[in-house]
Ligand binder design. Structure first.
Ligand SMILES: NC(=O)c1ccc[n+]([C@@H]2O[C@H](COP(=O)([O-])OP(=O)(O)OC[C@H]3O[C@@H](n4cnc5c(N)ncnc54)[C@H](OP(=O)(O)O)[C@@H]3O)[C@@H](O)[C@H]2O)c1
Length: 404
């Protein structure tokens, strides 16, 4: 009989797309999973209060002191109305609060599902406490992959991805040697503009947020539309699997049924297939090394799959993929700068301050004026991140003649 995993989970980014799907899993298997602590930025405090009432975590953190105060008020109202929350929950705020959530003494597993490089410091703090890490937050692995790998060795702990492509590759690589791998392929749906000849500058926020196969947070959805997401995933894959950039390929696969493939030197190929539901890779990462009954209720129905198509990504039309690949190959602080400039450019696009086709231009110009350093400390990576954010804003302001 296999042993059932029991995980005590610290969840960063509980109100997001990955966060809520993780809560779904915890809800459906309380005998397997327990939530010790969680965080959110604080943009939806009503929803956060409901989550706290349902899961009763010991510790919660939000970004600002104002959000923490409002949340305490909401919890007090709910408590008097329903008698549900016993209010054992302590509410903290800021980066210190986020770090305390990530390193909560009762948690054995820290699942990082915040968006952006804000995930970096709590990930590092959790590694230092030898927590078992599950990282959906790709920006952290992009900015600091090498540093994180060194810390994982030093603190004798493990990190698993939650991204579907990387969980796929992780499964296909099990039991084989790096020297036996010829190529790994990360698949991409191609986003909403695959095979569309729309003028890129006419793409609106609404069009770009309309992803054909996945329902995700706004930032990653825009990254999918620009192909930056696949570029970030290439860097993430190098940091996770250490095979060399020349062995990491991206493949357009519009059906999103195959999530990753490994081609071996003898010509055999292993593929991982599954429903396009993020609860599968999240559950895999939570249960590893066991493999347990699917909690999402979703299985592939092969009778309805009529075709599996593949194509090359169009990197001329969508240059973000090339920018990411080049930044990854150059290494040092280039990936941190790429990630930070992308966060700024995507935010400006979502605020309708720049056009879709200006996203790669801002990132490329930021990268072109960067003086790199070795990305071997949190301080260096933080400096590069801050420099890139300011530079990207400056470039956007100059291009648009607007204050951004
Ligand atoms: N969604 C997917 O299917 C998917 C798949 C693979 C990888 N990923 C990666 O997983 C990460 C999360 O993606 P998502 O789609 O779940 O994002 P999302 O829906 O935008 O959720 C982000 C979460 O992080 C919190 N947050 C945002 N900014 C923050 C800040 N500055 N400080 C602290 N917390 C902050 C948000 O809180 P509020 O709700 O209060 O704003 C929310 O809980 C990203 O790195 C993404 O690339 C996502």
């Amino acid at each position: 009989m296999t042993k059932t995993a029991f995980r005590k989970i610290a969840l960063l980014g509980a109100t997001g797309s990955i966060g809520k799907q993780t809560l779904d899993l915890i809800r459906s298997a309380p005998e397997k999973y327990q939530l010790t602590s969680l965080s959110a930025a604080g943009n939806n405090l009503e929803e956060l209060a409901k989550i706290i009432n349902e899961f009763q975590p010991s510790l919660v953190s939000v970004n600002s002191v104002e959000s923490a105060q409002k949340l305490n008020e909401l919890l007090a109202i709910k408590k008097s109305q329903t008698q549900t929350n016993q209010n054992k929950t302590e509410i903290l705020h800021g980066l210190d609060g986020l770090n305390q959530v990530a390193t909560h003494s009762e948690a054995d597993t820290t699942l990082v599902a915040v968006v952006g490089s804000v995930g970096l410091e709590p990930t590092i703090e959790a590694i230092k406490k030898s927590k078992r890490l599950i990282v959906a937050n790709k920006e952290t692995l992009v900015a600091a992959g090498e540093l994180i790998n060194q810390l994982l060795i030093k603190h004798q702990t493990t990190l698993l991805p939650a991204d579907s492509e990387h969980v796929a590759i992780h499964q296909c690589l099990k039991g084989c040697k790096a020297s036996q791998v010829r190529n790994i392929y990360l698949t991409a749906s191609g986003g909403p503009f695959l095979n569309s000849n729309i003028n890129l500058e006419d793409i609106t926020v609404k069009m770009a947020l309309n992803h054909p196969t996945w329902n995700m947070g706004a930032k990653i959805t825009i990254d999918c539309a620009t192909l930056m997401n696949k570029g970030l995933e290439v860097i993430e894959a190098e940091s996770l699997f250490n095979l060399g950039y020349d062995k990491i390929q991206a493949l357009i696969h519009p059906q999103s049924i195959i999530h990753g493939l490994v081609e071996f030197i003898d010509g055999n190929v292993m593929a991982q297939l599954g429903p396009n539901d993020m609860r599968l890779p999240i559950q895999y990462a939570l249960d590893e090394p066991e493999r347990e009954a699917n909690l999402s209720g979703k299985f592939l129905d092969f009778k309805t799959i009529k075709k599996l198509e593949f194509d090359e990504p169009d990197i001329k039309r969508f240059p973000c993929f090339r920018l990411a690949y080049e930044a990854g190959q150059k290494g040092n602080t280039y990936p941190a700068v790429l990630g930070a400039a992308d966060e700024i450019a995507v935010e400006l696009f979502l605020q309708e301050k720049i056009k879709f086709n200006e996203i790669p231009k801002i990132i490329e110009e930021t990268l072109s004026v960067h003086s790199p350093s070795k990305a071997d400390s949190l301080a260096t990576i933080r400096d590069a991140d801050e420099w890139a954010r300011n530079k990207a804003k400056e470039i956007a302001s100059k291009q648009k003649q607007v204050l951004v």
